[in-house]
Design a protein around this ligand. Structure first.
Ligand code: ADP
Length: 161
């Protein structure tokens, strides 16, 4: 039988417990989940692709059916290469919907086989975003309950510089 492979694409700058929550949910639903870091030269990030891959690999090391990878260019093309037709995205609030709807439709125009599945995180992660995390740590605050330990250490190191 064909395996259900899902791809969870994102920037993951920084990876949060909200991302991890979605990864865990997806890992229960699909045979394999590929967490795919988008390499976008035009987007300024605080962590390099290599660092983001390291963080994601560390926080998912105990989930056997999760693989961490990076990709450049169109998600629709990357999915074909990985033999996957399911993209996973997290939906936090209605505010995410408009952008996600646009992306899902564009991706479908590019790859007819593809569907996007939206998963809701635990309520406590609904207001959590990577940008909020960066903002708090840049101002010297901490959000230990919302970011994995390896990410928290990296954030502190990054903003100490
Ligand atoms: P992108 O630049 O692709 O939006 P992000 O790393 O910000 O990359 O997010 C990747 C995916 O994870 C998106 O679908 C986003 O909605 C989702 N996501 C981000 N933060 C959370 C969270 N706290 N809970 C659930 N999903 C989240």
């Amino acid at each position: 039988m064909k395996k259900n492979i899902a791809v969870y694409p994102g920037t993951f700058d920084a990876a949060t417990n909200g991302h991890l929550d979605i990864i865990k949910r997806a890992a229960k639903l699909f045979d394999k989940v590929i967490v795919a870091v988008l390499v976008n030269q035009n987007k300024k990030t605080i962590f390099s692709v290599k660092e983001r891959l390291k963080h994601l690999r560390e926080i998912t090391k105990d989930i056997p059916n999760v693989e961490v990878d990076s990709f450049e260019g169109l998600l629709a093309e990357y999915m074909k290469k990985k033999d996957s037709c399911i993209a996973v995205r997290g939906l936090r609030a209605v505010s995410d919907l408009e952008y996600e709807f646009q992306m899902a439709n564009t991706n479908r125009a590019l790859n007819k086989e593809m569907d996007t599945i939206f998963l809701m995180p635990r309520a406590r992660y609904t207001y959590l975003s990577s940008s909020m995390v960066r903002e708090v740590y840049s101002l010297g605050g901490r959000l230990q309950d919302y970011v994995p330990e390896i990410v928290e250490k990296a954030l502190i190191k990054h903003y100490k510089k």
